[in-house]
Write a new protein. Structure first.
Length: 224
């Protein structure tokens, strides 16, 4: 059986993986679902810290899965600790190259984040949840558990790898043909990664957990 380290996206915590983790555990897998450091936890709560946090969990080899912003973290860990990562799976997630930030990959969201941050924090450094309906955040339980994130999560670029090892193999799971992450799926295909498309919204790991779990374990339907 495999060990999975699953990384949540913006405004969420490790709890958002509960439905996936339960299914993986039933199949005999081990699941680690950390909650990344946020503005309420420490002054330093950006991408680089998150890469370090998740990397420290890889005392044994594992399959990494990143949702949304979690893809930035997974890419960083895969570059930093390639021998510890059996596979990197991107679930409707950012797929950066070294030197790219989340804002570089989706420049249209920068002003949205800035406006939300300024309305929440005079310094404009903390971003509250926004645009929830569009993203599929409609379950009252989910909405009640969301928390602000720091602008640095999307500003800090993916660091360059400090080793000559190849990146681990990867797969991409796209949540719906109209997903804003479709360009990331196209990039994954161009890099030779296997891609799967699931008919769901961005929060498919919560709303259609069985389908997403099947795709993660390789039992879902794949599309070219």
């Amino acid at each position: 059986m495999s060990r999975y380290v699953v990384v949540h996206g913006s405004w969420c915590g490790g709890w958002v993986w509960d439905r996936i983790a339960a299914r993986l555990s039933e199949q005999g897998h081990t699941v680690v679902a950390p909650t990344l450091t946020g503005p309420d936890d420490a002054a330093d709560h950006g991408l680089l810290r998150h890469i370090d946090e998740v990397g420290r969990l890889l005392d044994d080899q594992a399959i990494l899965v990143g949702h949304s912003y979690g893809g930035m973290v997974v890419a960083g860990v895969a570059d930093a600790r390639p021998r510890q990562v059996l596979e990197a799976i991107y679930l409707d997630a950012f797929l950066p190259s070294p030197g790219e930030s989340a804002f570089d990959l989706m420049p249209m969201i920068r002003p949205l984040f800035t406006d939300a941050a300024v309305s929440h924090d005079p310094a404009g450094r903390t971003v509250p949840p926004f645009g929830l309906d569009v993203l599929g955040f409609t379950d009252p339980y989910v909405v009640s558990r969301l928390r602000p994130i720091g602008m640095s999560t999307h500003e800090e670029p993916l660091p360059s790898a400090e080793n000559d090892d190849e990146r681990p193999p990867s797969r991409y799971i796209l949540c719906g043909d109209r997903s804003p992450f479709a360009p990331m799926a196209n990039r994954a295909r161009e890099q030779g990664a296997e891609c799967t498309t699931i008919a769901t919204d961005h929060l498919g790991l919560w709303s259609v957990a069985a389908d997403v779990c099947a795709a993660i374990t390789g039992n879902g339907r794949r599309t070219p």
